[in-house]
Design a protein around this ligand. Structure first.
Ligand code: FMN
Length: 238
């Protein structure tokens, strides 16, 4: 089992970073390999809105920063962990910059077959929206979010307690193979995207438009439900 963690804080004393580091250690003790990235230690440039991710399936600035590595690690992982601070009742700019760079994955459900975990860190307020937003984006990308965890001005002892809760939830979802379990939200998203891309009007774009071609070439075009897609993914991995 492989995990990828992205931490959207540039703070030198970052609590998100502190929590992410402890979580990585605990997961590694359970045999999960964690590739952890943070906006503090890696370079993720802002999207330049060239639309090439939508039209060609590639980002021209990936080679200028660390996104090519981060993107690959995300796709190789079974578990995605997002950790963001709350800034003015919203996610941090760094977190949003990173998410903007993978926007097109909401069209192609690139995080299918993965488990997601969302962690937000705040002094007092604003977590409901940030947690909801991050959870929703992961789901729109096809990921099964098994938990959202909110740290409010926590001290070390509380961190340990909460991290154990996260580890327990992750361990149970691995045992239950939650990465291969569909949900009502995932099913709904799959049907919406499938109708959008797999339809007679789009056949003329096969081989011309990246997203249409991706859908037609994908197993998803042959499956009636998201659960069917996940069952096939599981069989491929076995
Ligand atoms: C620019 C900025 C805006 C913030 N806005 C909020 C806020 O709206 N509500 C809140 O409770 N805390 C807010 N905080 C506090 C942070 O959420 C808190 O310090 C958190 O630990 C930051 O995570 P980090 O230490 O990993 O950077 C803000 C901090 C900064 C620097």
């Amino acid at each position: 089992m492989k995990a990828m963690c992205y931490i959207g804080s540039n703070s030198l004393e970052s609590r998100c970073f502190h929590i992410g580091t402890k979580l990585k250690r605990k997961l590694e003790k359970k045999g999960i390999i964690v590739d952890s990235f943070s906006s503090k230690e890696s370079t993720v440039l802002e999207c330049i809105e060239c639309h090439q991710c939508f039209t060609r399936g590639e980002c021209p600035i990936d080679q200028k920063d660390d996104m090519h590595i981060i993107r690959r690690k995300m796709l190789e992982s079974d578990l995605i962990i997002w950790i963001s601070p709350v800034y003015l009742n919203n996610l941090s700019g760094a977190m949003k910059t990173y998410i903007d760079r993978i926007t097109s994955w909401v069209h192609t459900l690139h995080l299918l077959g993965k488990i997601g975990v969302v962690i937000t860190v705040t002094d007092r307020s604003g977590q409901e929206f940030v947690s909801f937003y991050l959870k929703n984006i992961l789901r729109l990308m096809g990921c099964n979010v098994i938990g959202e965890y909110k740290f409010v001005k926590v001290e070390n002892v509380d961190i340990e307690y909460k991290l154990e809760e996260i580890i327990d939830d992750i361990t149970s979802s691995i045992i239950n193979e939650s990465q291969y379990k569909s949900t009502d939200e995932l099913e709904k998203r799959f049907q919406i995207n499938k109708r959008e891309y797999i339809n007679p009007d789009n056949e003329k774009f096969i081989g011309k438009n990246y997203e249409v071609t991706y859908w037609y070439n994908s197993e998803m075009s042959k499956c009636n439900t998201y659960q069917e897609v996940l069952d096939k993914r599981k069989a491929e991995k076995e």
